[in-house]
Design a binder for this molecule. Structure first.
Ligand code: RIB
Ligand code: CA
Length: 310
């Protein structure tokens, strides 16, 4: 059983990652914290609460995190995820209370109370995790690994060489990647291969339970932004679920261990994840970088997980 905390900015693909975690008997989702990224902090927090209500997991504590990145104003992605951050489905209003503490306080409480080390799964900008490491350095030893969706080895999706999550808060990402905690990174290189195709979204509609029906609507909405021919996609790239899929089935992925660091100064490349694939820097290989995926197996996992809901 893997104990995890999810720090996320739901967000359609964050929602799918949460669904995979909740559906699996191998994962114990101890807490959910929300970050500002895909939408404003109020909306991502509300979305996290709505998702746990939809999936009948109101027992999981939720706390809201950062209002802005560490060093720059917040930039959101309403053009991708819609006004609510989860457009495309009628999700229930939250029917349970948010925790009366901040995200980093909930992470600290959860780590203190866990007998075993905990994996942090980060699927949005890394502001909360950076703040947590700065405020509670004594709890670093309770973190088994950080598995995050973010970055790219090459082409970005928000500026030419920068991926959105890292773009939003490069300083936070730099702090986390240099914290000395074992890291698994799901960059665009692998998540752009983790596409769901229209017939597969249609097949989700055949599952016929309220959760699958909601996710079909969410995916139909999420697919529209990615239809632009400039991307060269056949479907919608499911970025964040790659984190949970790796935790459950690492054999589904190809990966390489390498040094990854973050550019925070460059005028044109601020937020770029600099991946030392050819070992040119001699810097420690701090990150297991996922580079390929067994897409059919990944889609099968999503289908099978959706079928577990009543
Ligand atoms: O670039 C993709 C990432 O940015 C995903 O985590 C998506 O949810 C957005 O947060
Ligand atoms: Ca996300």
């Amino acid at each position: 059983m893997k104990k995890i905390i999810m720090d996320c900015d739901p967000g359609h693909d964050d929602a799918l990652a949460m669904m995979l975690a909740l559906a699996s008997p191998e994962i114990d989702l101890l807490a959910v914290t929300s970050s500002a990224g895909n939408q404003t902090p109020e909306k991502t927090l509300n979305n996290a609460m709505r998702l746990l209500t939809l999936m009948h997991h109101q027992e999981i504590p939720v706390a809201g995190g950062n209002r802005t990145p560490l060093m720059q104003p917040l930039e959101t992605a309403g053009n991708v995820h819609g006004k609510s951050g989860l457009d495309g489905a009628d999700l229930p209003d939250p029917d349970f209370a948010v925790q009366d503490m901040t995200a980093i306080e909930l992470i600290a409480k959860t780590l203190r109370e866990s007998d075993d080390p905990v994996t942090l799964v980060v699927t949005g900008p890394m502001t909360n995790i950076a703040l947590f490491l700065r405020v509670y350095p004594e709890l670093k030893g309770k973190i088994d690994r950080i598995v995050f969706m973010g970055g790219a080895m090459g082409l970005g999706n928000w500026t030419p060489s920068v991926e959105f999550n890292i773009y939003v808060d490069p300083e936070a990402a730099k702090i986390v990647l240099n914290a000395g905690i074992p890291l698994t990174m799901a960059p665009l290189n692998v998540t752009h291969k983790a596409q769901i195709l229209k017939p597969e979204i249609a097949a989700i509609g055949e599952i016929n339970n309220p959760v699958a029906n909601a996710f079909q609507g969410l995916l139909n909405f999420f697919e529209v932004y990615h239809e632009n021919p400039k991307w060269g996609f056949k479907g919608a790239p499911l970025h964040d679920p790659c984190t949970i899929a790796w935790l459950l089935h690492p054999e589904m992925f190809e990966s390489e261990l390498m040094n990854v660091d973050v550019e925070t100064q460059g005028e044109l490349v601020r937020g770029e994840t600099v991946c030392d694939y050819y070992e040119l820097t001699g810097k420690p290989k701090n990150t297991d970088v996922l580079l390929d995926i067994d897409r059919p197996a990944f889609i099968q996992l999503i289908m099978d997980s959706l079928k577990t809901f009543k």
